[in-house]
Design a protein around this ligand. Structure first.
Ligand SMILES: [Zn+2]
Length: 262
């Protein structure tokens, strides 16, 4: 961690945080992830680790942002049939986000970027934003989503030259490759199994969220992680970070905030 730029709040001292604020680093990125099953081969930390990495990379791109401690458990009721998964009540999750913002606003942060790093959190976060904006009138609050949509999953599967269904969005080729790149100790490739590789659409997605992941896959995998590799993991991460940077800059521009390219 020592070679990393000092922008991860929990790894900074208070004078370092004050100095960063004084230098104009008024953006804080709050990644909201999950601690949940990721098939028989990836560990429960997957979304928290990938979310932390994405938030750090996005902060570097923006140049004047710090990274909040990852909200590690999220909304994972659809994964609860697998042991080890944690899930929060939606009201607990909402309260956590609000308390993070209250703390950072008090210390002078002006722009809050909520980052959903887990599919189950996304809709709740997007719904919270207007309410949070009403509560924190002098603060710019936006949300961005690290998790790819169904269309983006199809797109990256094609670009990667993989069979359709390999990137199904959960413990799939993408997440597994990213973990092989970032933290291979958390990927047990001998246990990797093909999961649901059928067509993903709104209907299958609703089934996934309402009935739980076992309605699609009895191993908890949506996609095919068996051929994952670290090099492709780095490529997937780059795709995601570029998309996140574009999205955040677009949203801030609409708020009249232009951030210089770093
Ligand atoms: Zn995940």
């Amino acid at each position: 961690m020592s070679e990393k730029k000092r922008i991860i709040l929990e790894e900074m001292t208070w004078p370092e945080v004050r100095e960063a604020l004084d230098k104009g680093m008024r953006i804080v990125i709050i990644p909201a992830a999950s601690i949940e099953q990721h098939g028989p081969h990836l560990t429960l930390i997957t979304d928290a680790l990938l979310g932390a990495n994405a938030a750090y990379a996005l902060a570097l791109k923006l140049g004047n942002a710090l990274v909040a401690p990852v909200i590690r458990p999220g909304l994972s009721s659809h994964h609860m049939s697998f042991p080890g998964t944690l899930t929060l009540r939606p009201e607990t999750f909402a309260a956590l986000i609000e308390d993070y913002i209250t703390s950072y606003v008090r210390h002078g942060f002006k722009i809050i970027i909520l980052m959903s790093a887990h599919g189950g959190n996304t809709q709740t976060i997007l719904k919270l934003v207007p309410e949070l904006r009403r509560k924190f009138k002098d603060t710019t609050i936006i949300a961005t989503v690290e998790v790819p949509t169904i269309d983006e999953l199809e797109h990256i599967t094609k670009l990667a030259g993989l069979p359709m269904g390999a990137c199904g969005g959960h413990a799939d080729d993408r997440e597994t490759s990213e973990m092989l790149h970032l933290a291979p100790r958390y990927a047990r490739m001998s246990q990797a199994k093909q999961g649901f590789v059928g067509k993903l659409d709104e209907k299958t997605l609703n089934k996934f969220f309402e009935q739980g992941v076992t309605a699609l896959s009895d191993t908890g995998v949506v996609g095919d992680p068996r051929n994952a590799n670290a090099e492709r993991g780095a490529w997937y991460i780059k795709q995601t970070i570029d998309r996140l940077e574009r999205d955040v800059r677009d949203q801030l521009r609409k708020e009249g905030i232009e951030i210089e390219s770093s």
